[in-house]
Design a protein around this ligand. Structure first.
Ligand SMILES: Nc1ncnc2c1ncn2[C@@H]1O[C@H](COP(=O)(O)OP(=O)(O)O)[C@@H](O)[C@H]1O
Ligand SMILES: [Mg+2]
Length: 241
């Protein structure tokens, strides 16, 4: 599903100083897997997700989604690929405040010219447990409800890949647990691949794989699913030998 080959990325600051974020990363993620990406603040987790979505360009190496190399796509092809295959959920929900929950969820389908946009949006809101709130505006919803609307919007076009950047980061523990269960359930039921940045060690431990980003390198953790919280996650200084 996802292949990274020798993927490197850096930012150049206005003064010319270079910040190396990712250094020659190789990674394969199989279709349907749930993969948690952990790592300290500033280690490049968000940058990695932006590269996977084709929203940032690598300095070297490449990303391929379903065998399609993002670096060989033009702007429009990349936008099409994103629209057809990728859903993205952010820590801050990015809902449009002047649109109801249903209209927020329908928007990507309406932009794509789909006549069934509102009907599909209604179905997705029911799927995330918000059927009764579909006529409400984001300001009338709690943080957890807003995040569920954002998840419905990310999944309304049935993407095969869902990218989530700290989706529970702005939520209290109980609400975060609800959103966590929802994302794991959607990954299980729809078979969509889930790549998730999270600081929640319980969330990471429930995924098929945990990758830890550190000094521009990805370290794979072991013994996932059912094995409890991996030692290297519980102790951020314990990296595999
Ligand atoms: N647009 C940008 N311009 C310059 N530096 C950036 C930019 N975005 C992120 N960075 C830097 O790149 C590094 C990785 O950032 P990021 O991917 O956001 O990390 P994380 O999500 O793990 O906190 C950090 O040092 C950050 O300050
Ligand atoms: Mg980040």
């Amino acid at each position: 599903m996802i292949d990274l080959q020798q993927l490197s990325m850096h930012y150049t600051l206005p003064g010319g100083q270079r910040i190396d974020v990712l250094r020659a990363i190789d990674l394969h993620i199989a279709a349907g897997q749930s993969v948690a990406v952990a790592g300290p603040s500033g280690s490049g987790k968000t940058s990695l997700l932006l590269l996977l979505a084709g929203l940032e360009q690598p300095a070297a190496g490449h990303v391929a989604i379903d065998g399609v190399r993002l670096d060989t796509q033009g702007r429009d092809a990349l936008a099409d690929l994103r629209r057809d295959r990728i859903g993205i959920v952010f820590q801050s929900f990015h809902l449009l405040p002047s649109l109801t929950a249903r209209d927020n969820v329908a928007l990507p389908l309406q932009i794509a010219g789909r006549a069934d946009a509102l009907a599909r949006a209604g179905e997705m809101l029911a799927r995330v447990g918000l059927a009764a709130r579909s006529g409400h505006y984001p300001g009338q919803l709690s943080g957890g409800e807003q995040q569920r609307v954002a998840i419905a919007r990310a999944l309304v076009h049935r993407p095969r890949l869902l990218l989530a950047d700290e989706p529970t980061g702005n939520l209290d523990d109980a609400t975060g647990a609800d959103v966590r269960e929802l994302l794991l359930e959607l990954n299980r039921d729809s078979g969509a691949t889930l790549v998730l940045v999270t600081h929640d060690i319980e969330f990471a431990a429930r995924c098929d794989r945990v990758l830890r980003l550190h000094d521009g390198q990805l370290h794979e953790q072991h013994e996932q699913r059912g094995a409890g919280i991996p030692a290297a996650l519980a102790d951020p200084h314990a990296l595999p030998a």
